[in-house]
Design a protein around this ligand. Structure first.
Ligand code: HXC
Length: 258
């Protein structure tokens, strides 16, 4: 599939989606977000794919929503046209694991899009921040909600109110990012992590993602009950039979198609 603002590649069982508006540091406009939604939905449906990697360029994952496109919006435009709900949150509907691989700037909506991935691997060049206050708006793609849940109130307030940019090491220390790797190894390491996940039973990976996301939406007791139902439901499935038999028979499991 050809896209105007994305480059997509398939590496074995892993789909790699690159945001690609290099002249605007991957500023996120309507077309790119529409295309991203289409590409994610297509790979989510594709039985050959077990994990998706979302990345940008060496210079920018994404420097935010497209300020040029937004500059003259009115409240009426944004409300009537359902900006940004109409096309920014397709990623949250993806049921397969999505790894964000971030190099360079992940600012504003770029940082928010990154935080909608299941986990982040950052290049040592990555820079995260929520500079919206400097251009006279609040964040609009979840940063005021996801940041405090991820890094706590004090750090979230600091980032959101001062608009300061943090580097990859700080982002890892405070928990925005799972791993930091040398910039020239970012894609290789993200693909390796994705290959590892894609070799697992997909149905179980999807259940784990579902259960972890439930943790942000419900009480501990309800969340643990939900996990328990999934755990019970796993018994008797081909993945459980194969995984446990392989362990007992001292061989590698074969999870293809499971
Ligand atoms: C539109 C952008 C852009 C953006 C960069 N560009 N960010 N265009 N929207 N968010 C464009 C620049 O205008 C410029 O175009 C080209 O990309 C290169 O950018 P420079 O500024 O020349 O690069 P540099 O000096 O290296 O500075 C990089 C930067 C800076 C620090 C990332 O570009 C910057 O501060 N960008 C804006 C970051 C920001 O405020 N993001 C939040 C947006 S609001 P030309 O044509 O001049 O070469 C947001 C709200 C989300 O995201 C709400 C929910 C959707």
């Amino acid at each position: 599939m050809q896209y105007e603002d994305l480059i997509v590649e398939v590496h074995g069982k892993v789909a790699l989606i690159r945001l690609n508006r290099p002249k605007a540091l991957n500023a996120l406009n309507d077309n790119m977000m529409n295309e991203l939604g289409e590409a994610l939905a297509a790979f989510d449906k594709d039985a050959q794919i077990g994990c998706i990697v979302l990345t940008g360029s060496e210079k920018a994952f994404a420097a935010g929503a497209d300020i040029v496109a937004m500059k003259d919006y009115t409240y009426q435009d944004t409300y009537r046209d359902n900006y940004i709900t109409r096309n920014w949150e397709h990623i949250l509907k993806v049921r397969k694991p999505v790894i964000g691989a971030v190099a360079g700037y992940a600012l504003g909506g770029g940082c928010e899009l990154a935080m909608m991935c299941d986990f982040l691997i950052a290049a040592d060049t990555a820079k995260f921040g929520q500079p919206e206050i400097k251009i006279g708006v609040t964040p609009g793609a979840g940063a005021t909600q996801r940041l405090p849940r991820t890094i706590g109130k004090s750090k979230a307030m600091d980032l959101l109110l001062t608009a300061r940019t943090i580097d990859a090491v700080e982002a890892e220390r405070i928990g925005i990012v799972s791993r930091v790797v040398p910039a020239d190894q970012l894609i290789a390491q993200a693909l390796e992590a994705a290959d590892t996940i894609a070799a697992m039973p997909l149905s179980v990976a999807m259940m784990i993602k579902d259960a972890v996301n439930r943790a942000f939406e419900t009480t501990l007791t309800e969340g643990v009950n939900y996990e328990r139902r999934l755990f019970h439901a796993a018994f008797g499935t081909p993945a459980q039979r194969e995984g446990m038999s392989a362990f007992i028979e001292k061989r590698l499991p074969k999870f293809e198609g499971l």
